[in-house]
Design a protein around this ligand. Structure first.
Ligand code: GLC
Length: 544
């Protein structure tokens, strides 16, 4: 990557789910002190930036995505001074810091929502949210048929008769972005954190802010889905969101040092996604199509080509992501012989028996693929340890609101949020200090230590050392990161592409061994390469 490239065009960004990363004060919940103590680890891993899930004051009805005060740190995580120190220390390590911002909704404990509750129906305080009378003779039916993403209706009725909209949990009332206060408040929050040195923001539910003012019913068959011709959906990915982000861009540009946004925007097509990152708009957006692809060469190649074509068209870099705090960890997703393509707007349903060795081999290959593609990449904490989804968490420990809201039919997202193992000994595996008073907020599997940082460090065959080497090679090789790629001829089931003149990545998704193309050396491979042959579910980086 060239030194003149803005950092966000090809950064490797490490996602920290703070509650589960490292516990500094021994209460069983990860915090800023824990994260600060692990900065040397992150530095040695070789990442460029951190994205930190919401750390603001919150009753934690949705793991912090229910924010009560955007200018305060939740005491569970530390203080504002801790956050400022973290930003400064990360910068000293050459690591940038991107917090999450949650503009679609607040907590029901936020001062605005509390004021709206107190002021009653018809009050100006209620206009910052989406309050409506109900339908039916006594208003006992919700105002429309929209569903919450966590299950059940998207409306809750108050004792005073008004209903309010929440696309997520009832504790997360949606803001009304037609109200000028909402704009000025978020612009002020952005400046608050930019002036404290953050390098950008991950924008939560960036595609949800603008609603059709008529709040029309969704046609029953498409509830929760946008139609193929993209007739504007009443609450997802409406064109009006881009006006908001054009203003946000000008705010980022007021500050020195290349501040950047990444949108969590679930769009129907690569074209709709590219609209978020047009000139004058946001810098980057997560490319979830990559994460949703099956483990199939044709499917992956289509996603890669379509994403790059659309993003190049607007001059924006691609981002690649395999896992995050909302989805099944990819080691487990790939551990099923057949990896189904993820259906948008539906929770992933894995099929078939779990083979974690297979999942791990594929996860190694997928990491090499992702880190060789043009653009930036995201690593979710624990990806570099090959952590699997914990699929057998006991029901009584589950905290994700999806579990309750789905009527106990969907265990939700806790399985990808289990606290990270740092040392090989016994639970809490170095997640909390030795003298901790609290157990980890989610139980770790008994064999978690086998995948700990300590167990993998120095083991050349480990996932951790694969990531470390890949990130080092990526930094050293100017052909990687931002730029272009060229596909090479290869049989069906094999992906092979060149970056620059001297670098080739080959991924074997066929069931057969594949003789590598001519090369001067194997820079890195997912597994042993014998006699120049790449085994199934393996990838290699070659110097040519
Ligand atoms: C985003 C977050 C998710 C959260 C939801 C509501 O999708 O990634 O964790 O539950 O928004 O804020």
């Amino acid at each position: 990557m060239s030194p003149s490239t803005p950092w966000w065009r090809d950064a490797v960004i490490y996602q920290v789910y703070l509650r589960s990363f490292a516990d500094g004060n021994g209460d069983g919940v990860g915090d800023i002190a824990g994260l600060r103590s692990r900065l040397p680890y992150l530095k040695s891993l070789g990442i460029d930036a951190l994205w930190i899930n919401p750390w603001y004051k919150s009753p934690m009805a949705d793991g912090g995505y229910d924010v009560a005060d955007f200018r305060a740190i939740d005491p569970m995580f530390g203080t504002l001074a801790d956050a400022e120190q973290l930003i400064a220390e990360a910068h000293r390590h050459g690591i940038r810091v991107i917090p999450d911002i949650v503009p679609n909704h607040t907590s029901n404990q936020h001062a605005w929502f509390q004021a709206a509750l107190a002021a009653g129906p018809g009050s100006p305080e209620r206009e910052r949210y989406i309050f409506r009378p109900g339908r039916g003779p006594d208003g006992a039916e919700p105002p429309n048929n929209w569903a919450s993403c966590f299950g059940g209706p998207a409306w809750t009725r108050l004792p005073d008769g008004d209903w309010y909209l929440h696309l997520y949990a009832p504790e997360q009332p949606d803001l009304d972005w037609r109200h000028p206060d909402v704009h000025t408040e978020f612009e002020s929050i952005l400046r608050f954190w930019f002036s404290r040195g953050v390098d950008g923001f991950r924008i939560d539910v960036a595609h949800g802010l603008v609603k059709d003012p008529e709040l029309p019913d969704l046609p029953p068959e498409s509830a929760g889905k946008a139609s193929e011709e993209h007739i504007q959906h009443p609450h997802w990915d409406r064109d009006g969101v881009h006006d908001i982000y054009r203003t946000w861009r000008t705010i980022a540009d007021e500050f020195d040092g290349d501040r950047a946004f990444v949108a969590e925007a679930w769009a129907d097509t690569p074209e709709r996604l590219a609209a978020y990152v047009r000139p004058g708009g946001l810098h980057t957006a997560f490319n979830f199509d990559f994460l949703m692809a099956s483990w199939d060469a044709k499917d992956l190649r289509t996603v890669i080509d379509d994403s790059l074509a659309m993003l190049n068209g607007v001059g924006a870099p691609a981002t690649w992501v395999l896992s995050n705090h909302d989805v099944m960890r990819h080691t487990s997703r790939y551990a099923r012989r057949t990896v189904a393509r993820w259906v948008p707007n539906q929770r992933y349903q894995p099929q078939g028996p779990v083979d974690l060795d297979l999942g791990t081999r594929r996860a190694r290959a997928a990491a090499l693929l992702m880190l060789a593609l043009p653009g930036g990449a995201y690593i979710y904490q624990g990806d570099e340890l090959g952590l699997p989804e914990v699929e057998d968490l006991p029901e009584d420990v589950l905290q994700d609101p999806i579990w309750e809201r789905s009527g106990h039919t969907d265990k939700g997202r806790d399985g990808c949020r289990v606290p990270v193992p740092w040392s090989a000994k016994t639970a809490p595996f170095g997640f909390s200090p030795e003298d901790a008073t609290g157990a980890p907020w989610l139980p770790q599997p008994p064999n978690w230590g086998e995948r700990s940082v300590e167990a993998q460090t120095g083991d050349e065959t480990s996932m951790l050392e694969l990531y470390r080497t890949a990130l080092r090679l990526r930094r050293e090789n100017p052909a990687l990161g931002d730029g272009t790629m060229t596909w090479l001829d290869s049989p069906a089931g094999v992906l092979a592409f060149r970056r620059g003149l001297g670098f080739v990545c080959v991924v074997n998704l066929s069931g057969e061994a594949y003789p590598l193309p001519e090369h001067s050396s194997v820079l890195l491979a997912g597994g042993p390469v014998e006699d120049g042959v790449l085994a199934p579910d393996q990838a290699a980086w070659l110097a040519v």
